[in-house]
Design a protein around this ligand. Sequence first.
Ligand code: SF4
Length: 211
Amino acid sequence: MQTVQLQVRHTLDASGRTVAANTVYCPFTARCVSLEDCGSCQHAHVDPRRGRFACAHPAVEMDPRDLREPDRTRVGQVMTRNVFCVREDVPVATVAQLLDSQSFSGVPVVDEQGRPQGIISRADVVHLCAEGEELNLATIPARDVMSARAICVEVSTSLSMAAALMAYQRIQRVPVIDQEGKVVGMLAALDVLRWLGEADGYLYGRGHTAH
Ligand code: SF4
């Protein structure tokens, strides 16, 4: 039995409110489903010891190679599942606070449905500040500063393909989107390194662990 992996998208809006959207990555369909759909699935099983539900799909005893070979492993199995996003009208000053408080190098900028519209990074904020002392970051929206070209990968993308894309594009983090194009996670170079360590037994802990 495998503990169901919950993923949370936190989206900060211009009023300072953060809205959380929960989904679950289903490894058997390589798709994201709502928590409710997963909970009502015929294979869902409540784990009374942990107060969580687990997946009792008959194929749950996956071929171990599926989690040890990068062309069999899906991004949805490796990504960071707690992702912070901002709406396009959030002031840059607020974005800068978020980046600083969470030690993020960048965050996806999303629309109302959670679809990526761009990425705003520390470098974008630094470049803006370098333009002049008269700028008021509290009045400049994220959409005016973000890089509008958001390179994303889907949850069903193989880890090897995602790693190749990141290396080719020289980027360290990519938003991960579901089958509807909504952000559900982030894949960082560190996640790929962690997976490499775990696959060879040097690290232990995140593969099937709930959070
Ligand atoms: S309980 Fe059903 S929807 Fe949830 S992970 Fe298992 S097979 Fe997928």
